[in-house]
Design a binder for this molecule. Structure first.
Ligand code: GH3
Ligand code: MG
Ligand code: MG
Ligand code: MG
Length: 304
């Protein structure tokens, strides 16, 4: 996910990836010999390269040299902490600097720890292990806070956050943005007929189907609540959003989930679509109004 809420990089400790940044390859070699058997090691020999590797590979931890030509480790760490996409990656400084003031500068730059060169292998191993464990727990908490427990898609809290951030991105790039609100038709009757547990299974199937239908990496599907879902579509106008809505109706119909009391005999959805290039528009309210129309006009359709 393209922003600070990246949840796709939770890794177990044994598979953790560590980026080692040092302008002297021999120093990287020393750390590689200590950690290379347990972890996947990435390397960078300058600050700018380190930031590129972080964005591309999202390592779980960075071991950073302080003194480097061009852009030192302190500046690099500060840049990382200011960039929401990679700010959550913990940075440990590994340096030969001795002064207390220099050590303090490392903390001020946003480091989680500080290791002296020459490196004591046991200290390095144990500090790394401790920080990777903390990182893994933090990732897990973040994911639990933003993922819907039943369906596995994002929850409403994440939707609000994501929509907010993407409106800002689209405004900056002068691109349209669209959202959809998706509501399962006659779902109360479905539960009444099959029971809540079967209803839960249907919700899971619908959620996964909607997620699979969305096409671009920036598209986001979330559970809005109950039997309602939302979809955020950055850089999408009403025509593009309507196109996707039509595809979702077909995809849900193709699931062919039996629903004896619905008009089609299958579970169907209604969709309210709203798109804008006016970034102060309340998209959720607009989409909700369109959803209401879709229900009024007979369900199993979208309105835009
Ligand atoms: P409409 O076509 O107008 O949307 O009718 P509806 O029955 O889908 O709408 P209504 O708002 O009357 O009922 C929504 C139902 O969704 C009621 C509730 O039982 C069901 N529901 C909401 N959350 C869950 C859930 O987590 N699990 C299950 N099984 N059902 C849920
Ligand atoms: Mg150096
Ligand atoms: Mg509803
Ligand atoms: Mg409904």
């Amino acid at each position: 996910m393209i922003n600070d809420l990246n949840l796709s990089h939770m890794q177990s400790l044994p598979n953790a990836t560590i980026l080692v940044v040092d302008d002297q390859p021999i120093n990287i070699q020393v750390i590689y010999q200590i950690l290379g058997e347990q972890y996947q090691i990435l390397m960078a020999t300058s600050g700018p390269e380190a930031i590129n590797v972080c964005k591309k590979s999202m390592p779980d931890l960075v071991l950073m040299d302080v003194v480097m030509p061009e852009q030192d480790g302190l500046t690099t760490c500060k840049l990382m902490k200011a960039d929401s996409e990679i700010a959550n990656i913990p940075v440990i400084f590994v340096t030969g600097l001795q002064q207390q003031s220099e050590e303090n500068a490392c903390w001020d730059a946003g480091a989680v720890d500080f290791i002296q060169k020459p490196v004591n292998p046991s200290t390095l191993q144990n500090r790394v292990k401790a920080h990777l464990t903390l990182k893994r727990q933090a990732d897990l908490l973040r994911s639990m806070a933003y993922v819907d427990g039943l369906t596995g898609v994002y929850n409403r809290r994440y939707f609000e956050k994501y929509l907010h951030s993407q409106v800002a991105v689209c405004k900056r790039l002068q691109q349209p943005i669209a959202i959809m609100i998706i509501d399962i038709d006659h779902f109360k009757q479905y539960n009444d007929h099959f029971g809540h547990l079967v209803g839960d299974d249907a919700l899971k199937l619908v959620a996964q189907c909607l997620k699979n239908s969305s096409q671009r990496p920036a598209d986001l599907v979330a559970r809005y609540g109950g039997e309602e879902f939302v979809c955020v579509l950055p850089n999408t106008d009403s025509t593009g959003a309507a196109h996707l809505a039509a595809q979702m109706l077909v995809a849900i119909s193709d699931l062919a989930i039996e629903h004896p009391t619905s008009t089609t005999g299958k579970v169907s959805i209604s969709i309210g679509v709203a798109a804008t290039t006016n970034y102060t528009t309340n998209l959720t309210q607009l989409a909700d109004e369109q959803l209401y129309l879709a229900k009024q006009q007979g369900r199993n359709r979208y309105c835009v």
